[in-house]
Design a protein around this ligand. Structure first.
Ligand SMILES: [Zn+2]
Length: 245
């Protein structure tokens, strides 16, 4: 079948000069804008002994603070290495939705806020999350003045210890003056809960592992997790030593 239309070239559109109306010196413009405001806070880290056993402690660290169900978001495997919550980048956004569509609206909101401001990185963080303050709308999504978060943990590249920090976030279309102060109080209570863990050995500065873009691919011999994190010596998911080569 001849594809005649393919041979057809688009006709050149002739731009005719229109009218003789003089261009006004100042044109009228209708303004449009939206202010999106995302904020978050992250505490110092707490070093945990007892290795992977300490993972089971994480949800309990939100005890007394979680206003809704506590959800655990595990590090993302290699097939989700590009996942970002930005709809303008469809393939990254698709990965992100595939990775997180099963989570609650509260957790997805928390991930959007905290990933956008770079407070968590699921290449190596495990994130344990709930609603901590404020209200949700009728669809279950937190209002702009609600505070979400909990704790995030990763494995220290030097020692293999689990490092846990408190992380909170909030935001959307609006701000409230007292949210920052409330968030600071929540962060402090969370950190107290982390330090109260039987495995906690004390505060430590956070040195976040730096994942190499588009690399990774180490597969954990213990749990089968394929890491997107090139530099990891320890499996981001189960905390066991990764074997190279
Ligand atoms: Zn593993």
């Amino acid at each position: 079948m001849p594809l005649e239309f393919l041979k057809r070239r688009p006709e050149k559109t002739q731009v005719e000069p229109v009218g003789r109306e003089p261009v006004p010196e100042e044109i009228a413009a209708e303004e449009f804008a939206v202010r999106l405001h995302y904020s978050g806070k992250s505490s110092e880290g707490v070093r945990m002994k007892a290795g992977p056993n300490a993972m089971r402690e994480l949800p309990g660290m939100l005890f007394g603070l979680a206003k809704e169900e506590v959800e655990v978001v595990e590090p993302l495997p290699i097939e989700f290495a590009e996942a970002t919550p930005f709809i303008q980048r469809p393939s990254e956004a698709m990965q992100w939705l595939n990775a997180h569509h099963a989570h609650s609206p509260i957790t997805r909101h928390a991930l959007v806020v905290l990933e956008t401001i770079d407070a968590i990185d699921l290449a190596f963080d495990t994130f344990v999350c709930s609603l901590l303050h404020g209200e949700i709308d009728t669809s279950g999504y937190p209002e702009y003045n609600a505070i979400v978060g909990g704790v995030a943990s990763h494995w220290d590249e030097a020692t293999g210890d689990m490092i846990v920090r408190a992380v909170v976030g909030w935001g959307g279309r609006g701000v409230r003056g007292d949210t920052d102060r409330t968030a600071q109080k929540l962060l402090s209570t969370l950190l107290t809960n982390v330090l109260a863990s039987q495995y906690a050995v004390g505060l430590t500065p956070i040195e976040r592992p730096v994942p190499a873009a588009g690399r990774g691919g180490l597969v954990c011999a213990h749990c089968g997790f394929a890491s997107a994190h090139e530099r990891a010596f320890y499996c981001p998911k189960c905390g066991m030593r990764l074997l190279r080569g």
